[in-house]
Design a protein around this ligand. Sequence first.
Ligand code: ADP
Ligand code: MG
Ligand code: MG
Length: 917
Amino acid sequence: MAKTKYVYFFGDGKAEGNADMRAELGGKGANLAEMATIGLPVPSGFTISTDVCKYFYDNDRTYPEQLEADVDAYLAKLEKSMGKKLGDPEDPLLVSVRSGAAISMPGMMDTILNLGLNDEAVEGLANKTQNPRFAWDAYRRFIQMYGDVAMGVDHDLFEAEIEKIKKAKGIKLDTEMDTSDLQKLVANYKKVYKAKKGTDFPQDPKEQLWGAINAVFGSWMNPRAIKYRELNNIKEGALKGTAVTCMAMVFGNKGETSGTGVCFSRDPSNGENIFMGEYLMNAQGEDVVAGIRTPQKLSQLEETNPKIYKQLCKVRSTLEKHYRDMQDMEFTVEEGRLFMLQCRNGKRTGAAAVKIAVDLVNEKLITKEQALTRVEPEQLDQLLHPALDPKVIKTQKELAKGLNASPGADSGQIVFTADEAEEWTEKGKKVILVRKETSPEDIAGMNAAQGILTSTGGRTSHAAVVARGMGKPCVSGCEAVTFPNASEVTIGEETFKKGDNITIDGTTGKIYKGIIPVVEASLSKELDTFLGWADEVRAKSVRTTPSGNKVKGFDVLGNAEQNEAPAAFKFGAAGIGLCRTEHMFFDPDKLPYFREMILADDTDERKKSLKKILPLQKKDFFGIIKTMEGRPVTIRLLDPPLNEFVPKPNAEAEIKQLAETLGKDITELKVKINALQEANPMLGHRGVRVAITYPEVYEMQVEAIALATAEAEKKGIAHDVRIMIPNVISVNEFTTVRDQALAIIAKVNEAQKMDLSFQIGTMIEFPRAALTADKIAAEADFFSFGTNDLTQTSFGFSRDDYGKFIDYYTKGNLLEEDPFKQLDPEGPGALMGIAEEKGRSVKKDLHLGICGEHGGDPASIELCYKIGLNYVSCSPFRVPIARLAGAQAVLKAKAATAPAKKPAAKGKAKAKKTSKK
Ligand code: ADP
Ligand code: MG
Ligand code: MG
């Protein structure tokens, strides 16, 4: 049997691996191999593959039998390449042993430098270099790193020894220690080691090497690496583990002509095409990050060492052209000679990602399609919301941290109720609504406030969902927020009164005292160009659905009412996919009439209230139609249960006030309110069911829609209005309500002497609707999937209650993802597929879309593309994200179906690499 290849060499202008082998060699090992091959100065070395790490954990922390012999052979190869031997008392080879996984996890795993030193070799190194101080410094660093990293001797115990020596001598800096100090330090370190480990510090370099290899593989499962993977959503099993790279040391700590640094080929914070970085002369790698000395700016290197700077500039341009992406590099200069020790596609902010992608297209290094794969859709979020001024925020300490439920940041005076939020805002004040939780009747107050802070509730709580829809910052579920009494709130350690100023940052979840200035977001020129490319890709896309239907294009629409429509338009929505008429009823000018309508004694009284609402709704509809300049506007008729609009049965004061407003008897009112209560309102009297029992409600809404459209028509304003009926479960229900609507439209047409017609479609949000989609499609003009309800009803999970148990499902691997965040392909997703097939079997070109919150989630968008939807609709602030995610779905599908190409010529293949993570 052929031996498995576990070890890969690099050096002397050649390598066994290359940049495409991240999975096996880790990012670090793969890129070192690549850099060696393209002729950059890289010290020789070898990489033990991630397969060994997998083996290690699959086999009770043991190695494949052949590994020891493999490592011996590769060490010999390395020794030959360097002309030195590990442990040679005259002229020892020293190596570093480094970690690196396929996805970069900076600082999470271990690295050991200067390995191979012992009591003899240190003398040899001192002689050979004629630099005993350097040799002893290298030795003491090695003992410290090896002791700490490989053998678990506390780092502080070593640091204490340094302090003792410095104190005794009255010196401040590590660099002020001379050779004899360092010799003393080595002796003391060895004592510390022996005291802790019970054995002498290992003198055998081979033993040291295996100790280091064990430590690096072991660090894959250290708590901080595990936590990092958890936080970054890297699933257990997605990676094989870490690779181990063992390479010849080069020394930046050999005096003033040596140094070490890190640099970026472009600015990672804004993407500007400038070379930037930091370095330290006479220092070793870890010193730059450790913050012991303050590093210098790369621009200073240009002045103090122009030769090295020029070389480095050349490397910068070589690497950028080769990888066709912004690079993050580590370098070391040993006595005037430059060495490259690491490179990778640099991490960057959303703004930088967009600018770099656009610039690289303009520089002809990548294509537009490649550019679109270089930005994570979620990264755009940072660009669309106001952010706290970074200069100011540096000087502030947060009071507490909650969940970053809705991005953006703002300041305002604390208020405790939605009513206060409205009143204070009307008086021209800026407020933050601080509550235990919010409920639908708080909508107007939430809309008035600058932002929302709650002490309970997750990212899918009412406060979070509504705030995201409104594009307002929200910090939810902050346990450090408590209410000692009705007029005070404690946040962290401090207590605030109504009217005190606080600042919330919904992007980070942090809460601050006082007012912190924000910087506004706007669609930059680059982002505009970039998203224009995404639109092109989606518009041109053609695919065949699993059921065999051909679908062209993939649009992004916005979920918006009159207040949000301008934002949807600004962010590039191709229309409104969901206008929730009930949100309009929460407006203070309509709510009283709407309540009056709900609590009416009979049909006549109800009609009277509806008459008062009609002109107000019409005005709102007209506003949206005008804003959208002829793009489709889909208006959903009333959807939620009626009891959401009236006070809770125990809200005495509110009921009393309402009785006064409506001129009704309080006892009778209470009876009515009680009668409206339902055990399970989400499955109760709502949506189309209200129209079945009280047709006049939808009739008023349809009339308002028709009148608004008629007004647009008269004024020469382009319009494309569509009417959507929610909660349908049967075609009969749909036709009944549709026919009522048609009658109203006919009446308006007659009165206005017009010939308006409207597409009338339905939401598909319950399994029965999906399963009878063929019958419904025969009558409905379009389908829009309401995936929140479809998820609730296909899972039987109530979105208001699932927070109690969902973590057990996702963390316990019972479910891959939270189904309310990411559309589940096997449940609601499969029902959508059935509805697509059945619907289009009756109407070949049936227009399909999604308007649930999933419409703004990249993974869900990809699923929607595969199912064959014509569009997704999401909250305005997610429209740019969806525009990009939709394009990426198109490109991904295209790549998956493209005939497998032979590995292209090196240069070309590289261009495809993306900067995922
Ligand atoms: P991390 O992944 O945490 O950045 P690294 O493996 O890159 O860890 O190593 C830490 C530091 O040691 C870096 O500054 C690196 O440049 C330096 N380093 C690693 N190997 C060598 C080497 N062979 N010679 C000189 N410096 C090295
Ligand atoms: Mg590094
Ligand atoms: Mg619904």
